[in-house]
Design a protein around this ligand. Structure first.
Ligand code: AHM
Ligand code: MG
Length: 335
């Protein structure tokens, strides 16, 4: 079987489908290289002194881990000089980072959650990096926050790396979802699955059950029906998984199906959920939809939401199409 590296995939994809201009190819390769560096840090763990708290808080008031800060710096440094980016925005930075004047400015905007699943870093459970790419609306102009506030349908590429038993990079440029595994000896990502598809039906759900008392009635109804098993209205037994790293939970769903939910929660009504639209929900929705799944906030397709702030939060329901449509229908029925 021929070994297709990430570089070869990007070159051939451009040749055949014209979806990856040279600047975008450079951008994706640089992000992949940064993920390799983060993966090396993750692997060393305590040996490199990278575990534990950084002693600082981020813009959302969450405590930062050392690895949150390291991963953010690795991504910024890797991407600032290549000439492919106008600016970057990150879950770990208050405002966006414009390409410094000493470097040429490119036509893309990059957004990332540098280290997703921070609560799992110190306990040696899978974590990851999520990224999303947009066009800069007017390349050459000074960047403003408004330039980033484009709906997810405008993404030109999105992906994530999951640092688990293997380091895996999952990518879409709008033409299916491709999976690459890091070959540590060769030092490169090698394609290990192509055009993956999420089964439309599932018997597996992922939600943090400890928040049950705070959920809205449609979410409670859906989970109650799953829990009732073969005796209940669904007529089948469901299994539950919750890794508490969105990358790892969504990776499982892309691999074997399932539904992932981080719903709206009545504790913080104004916030609409825990996960971030620009750094987590949009890129993951793009991947899930490209693999034949669906993704909504309970009422509308996540990728059609017009963002009004960089750090905006959103309720997330994504995965196997028929299940996501069911939960969305329950929301509409509840008015
Ligand atoms: P993070 O980006 O700060 O790590 O937060 C996002 C994570 C998701 O990966 C995961 O699905 C969720 O938070 C877990 O939250 P909880 O600890 O409430 O289960
Ligand atoms: Mg995250």
């Amino acid at each position: 079987m021929k070994k297709v590296s990430l570089t070869r995939y990007l070159v051939e994809e451009q040749r055949e489908h014209n979806t990856i201009p040279a600047e975008l190819r450079l951008l994706i390769e640089v992000v992949a290289r940064a993920c390799k560096a983060i993966s090396n840090n993750v692997n060393k763990g305590a040996l490199a002194g990278i575990l534990g708290s950084a002693g600082t808080g981020n813009v959302q008031g969450e405590m930062q881990q050392k690895l949150d800060v390291i991963a953010n710096e690795v991504l910024l440094e890797a991407n600032e000089w290549g000439g492919h980016l106008a600016a970057m925005a990150s879950e770990e930075m208050d405002s966006f980072y414009e390409t410094p004047n000493r470097y040429p400015k490119g036509e893309y905007l990059l957004m990332f959650d540098p280290l997703d699943g921070s609560s799992n870093i110190d306990v040696n459970v899978s974590i990851g990096t999520i990224f999303s790419v947009l066009h800069m609306p007017q390349p050459g102009q000074t960047v403003t926050e408004k330039d980033f506030l484009q709906p997810g349908t405008k993404q030109v590429a999105a992906g994530y790396a999951v640092y688990g038993p293997q380091t895996t990079l999952v990518l879409t440029v709008g033409n299916g979802v491709q999976v690459f595994t890091l070959d540590r000896e060769a030092g490169s990502f090698v394609q290990t699955a192509s055009n993956i598809r999420i089964p439309e039906d599932t018997k597996e759900f992922a939600i943090n059950m400890s928040n049950m008392r705070h959920w809205a009635p449609p979410v409670k109804r859906y989970i109650d029906e799953c829990l009732a098993g073969s005796e209940g209205p669904r007529g089948k037994d469901f299994n539950m998984r919750w890794i508490a790293s969105m990358v790892a939970d969504v990776h499982r769903i892309l691999t074997r199906g399932g539904i992932f939910m981080y719903p709206w929660d009545k504790r913080e009504p104004g916030k609409a959920g825990k996960l971030r639209l620009m750094y987590e929900a949009n890129p993951m929705s793009f991947l899930v939809e490209q693999a034949g799944g669906a993704s909504t906030n309970g009422l509308q397709r996540i990728m059609e939401i017009q963002p009004d702030a960089l750090h905006q939060r959103v309720a997330v329901i994504m995965g196997s199409k028929n299940e996501v449509e069911r939960v969305t229908r329950y929301h509409h029925e509840a008015g």
